[in-house]
Each structure stands twice: as C-alpha cells, then as structure tokens.
Design a protein around this ligand. Sequence first.
Ligand SMILES: Nc1ncnc2c1ncn2[C@@H]1O[C@H](COP(=O)(O)OP(=O)(O)OP(=O)(O)O)[C@@H](O)[C@H]1O
Ligand SMILES: [Mg+2]
Length: 223
Amino acid sequence: MNNKSDILVGVDLTKTYGELAVVKGVSLAVRAGEFVSLVGKSGCGKTTLLSILSGLEHPTHGQAFLTGKEITGASEDELALFRRENVGFIFQSFNLIPTLSAWENVALPLFPIQMSEAERRRRATELLDQMELAHRLEHLPAALSGGEKQRVAIARALINNPKIVFADEPTGNLDTATGDAIMAILNQLHRRKGMTILMVTHEPELAKTADRVLHMQDGEMLS
Ligand SMILES: Nc1ncnc2c1ncn2[C@@H]1O[C@H](COP(=O)(O)OP(=O)(O)OP(=O)(O)O)[C@@H](O)[C@H]1O
Ligand SMILES: [Mg+2]
C-alpha cells in the first residue's frame, strides 16, 4: 500500500485511553489529489484517527506518514513546524480567534514566518476574496454568519499552501444550504486545484460527493 503517489499513509494505527481502545489497528492510504470522506457513528473514532493522521495526537501503536515523512515519533516542535508547512485544518466549530478580525484570523498561520504586515494582509485578502468575503475583512468572528465563519476558516487553512486539508465535519454547525455552499468550495478546491482532502462527515449525502468513502465502525476501518 505504500505507493509513491500516496500522500497520507496509516499503518496499523491504534489509540487506547487506559483500557479503552478507540482506534483499533487501522491502515489506510490516500493518494495525492484524492478527496476521501470518512464516515461512521458518533464515538467510533473518526476525530481521533484524523488527529493521529494530521500529527495532532500520537498513536499508541502504528505509524503515520505524511508526504512520505513519518510523523509518528516526531517531537512536538518538529510536528508543529511540519503541520504549519504541510497541513490545513477545518473544524466543525470554526475555531476562529474571537478578538482577531477576519483577515487577521486568516493570516495567523503566517505569523511565525518572517514577512511584512502588508504582505500578510495581501495574502489573506486574496484568499478572502476567493471566498467572496472581500467585504468582511475587518469583521470580528462574532459579526459573521456561520457560513462566513467557515469560509474564513477555509481561507486560513489554505494560507500556507498545504499539501493536504483535514476537515472534521466542516458543515456540522451549518444549515443545509450553507453546508452545501461550503461543500461546493471544498469540491472546487479538489477539482480545480487538485487539493487532497480527508473529510469526516456524518452525512452520507455529503460523503458520496468524495472520490472514495471510508467507513469506520467501533474503532475499525470497514472499507
Ligand atoms: N482524550 C480522551 N480520553 C478518553 N477518551 C477519549 C478521548 N478522546 C476521545 N475519547 C473517546 O474515544 C472515542 C472516539 O472519540 P472520537 O472523538 O474519535 O469519535 P468520533 O467518531 O469523532 O465521534 P463524533 O462523530 O461524535 O465526533 C469516544 O468514545 C470518546 O469518548
Ligand atoms: Mg468527531
């Protein structure tokens, strides 16, 4: 399964909390440019698996590789740098910083990089413009609708030109129409820009729009 075109590989991943195993020997591979969705009942281990594959959490056993590099065993500092350079995240609850404006939220991942304020703002504005939010640059998150918040979060996920985007129920807090608009953006990113996306969703209708659907049940991968 360790094909050269695989951008993401998990091998026999297990995560236990005390006696409780929540991810049980999961192996998977995602090719560069693929849009893969991950479905399964609440509590089956989807978020935990995503956290391991994106380097946010360490597995108890097994290995994870991102862009050919093994991330399991890397130090926290190495992982933080690696995530910043390679990975974008989109969450169900948006995770925007309430005291920062829309453009500052988008520019946040650029702060550790040496760059002028004007350049940071230019890049953030360009992405917000692509998200049709050019008129909301100075708004605080509290003054944005749910769909607008998620579009800001997508812009933030893209600002470092990530090689892969992880999305955990990106439409979970949105009504159907707004969720569909967010899905359309993700599909466009995939089709037009060749973005690799791994997306967790509860909704079979949304999962079906991906190239491939992975099913988890009780910590195990069914397909
Ligand atoms: N830090 C932790 N300590 C103990 N148990 C945990 C921890 N994190 C997650 N779990 C447990 O692991 C199981 C899987 O959780 P996870 O969040 O991965 O599920 P999920 O499939 O994403 O569910 P949902 O669809 O509701 O988001 C759950 O039973 C959860 O309670
Ligand atoms: Mg979850």
